[in-house]
Design a protein around this ligand. Structure first.
Ligand code: G3P
Ligand code: MG
Length: 249
């Protein structure tokens, strides 16, 4: 489905910011994406115990912070005492609101919902409220591997762009069934090894926008550029931008 988030040009989004420049999913990493000329960033969100939406990939704190245990078992106050591993040691776990406040004027945001409670826990409502408060319907796309939060978003606020994430664990022939069930979503975010010209063309003909993500060898950039894609989610926004510019006629 057409949506103003897609601006008629090939979008380059920094995956968790630019994780090679600063720790993933931190304000420093998002600043690096802005500085490298990315159109936007992809980031992962979860809800913590005190109810705020925070930016974190894993369910547990162990890999990326000085803390231990589950994000959902900690309050924001507890989370803010933790240091992010790597970088200059100064980064803290950002809230989604902090990201909106600093970046929504400069970057589009792909907010990926992690953590899949069966029963609604208010995450989607809070996310929608934030998008509305920042008047950012044209600047945000919400994605997930799980169709349930996407359906909730669609029901609550159908104007917000939604994308279903597809990876190699998800059989391609199941993708279409899922898309049908999810009728009303705007895009598929496809793991790049699944991106072939016929498949991407087929998805576009179904009226879906398509972005690719994952471990993408630079040699594939020209081939991907030739597909009817809407963009790429990459750890290397600057290099991808340079390669794409090199391909301009
Ligand atoms: O949104 C694309 C990508 O971020 C999905 O995988 O594990 O990096 O969140 P992951
Ligand atoms: Mg992600």
């Amino acid at each position: 489905m057409e949506h103003p988030f897609f601006q008629n040009h090939f979008l380059i989004l920094g995956h968790r910011g630019v994780p090679g420049e600063a720790p993933e999913n931190t304000l420093a990493s998002f600043r690096a994406a802005r500085q490298q000329g990315a159109d936007g960033i992809e980031l992962d969100i979860r809800q913590c115990k005190s109810g705020e939406l925070i930016v974190m990939h894993d369910a547990r704190l162990n890999r990326t912070t000085s803390g231990r245990g589950f994000v959902r078992a900690k309050t924001l106050q507890q989370l803010k005492t933790l240091r992010i591993t790597g970088g200059n040691g100064q980064e803290r776990i950002p809230t989604l609101e902090e990201v909106f406040r600093e970046f929504i004027g400069d970057l589009v945001l792909n907010v990926e919902i992690k953590g899949y409670p069966r029963r609604a826990d208010g995450l989607e409502k809070k996310l929608i409220a934030l998008v509305r408060r920042y008047n950012a319907v044209n600047r945000v796309i919400v994605s997930s591997f799980n169709p349930i939060p996407l359906r909730r978003i669609r029901k609550l606020d159908p104007e917000i762009a939604t994308a279903f994430l597809v990876d190699r664990n998800f059989f391609i022939h199941r993708t279409e069934k899922a898309i049908m069930k999810l009728a009303g979503i705007h895009a598929i975010h496809l793991e790049a090894s699944l991106a072939t010209l016929p498949f991407v063309t087929h998805l576009r003909e179904m009226g879906l926008h398509v972005l690719v993500w994952g471990d993408i060898p630079f040699e594939r950039i020209p081939e991907l550029k030739a597909m009817p894609l809407d963009g790429i989610i990459t750890d290397y926004p600057q290099q991808v931008r340079q390669m794409l510019e090199g391909l301009q006629p």
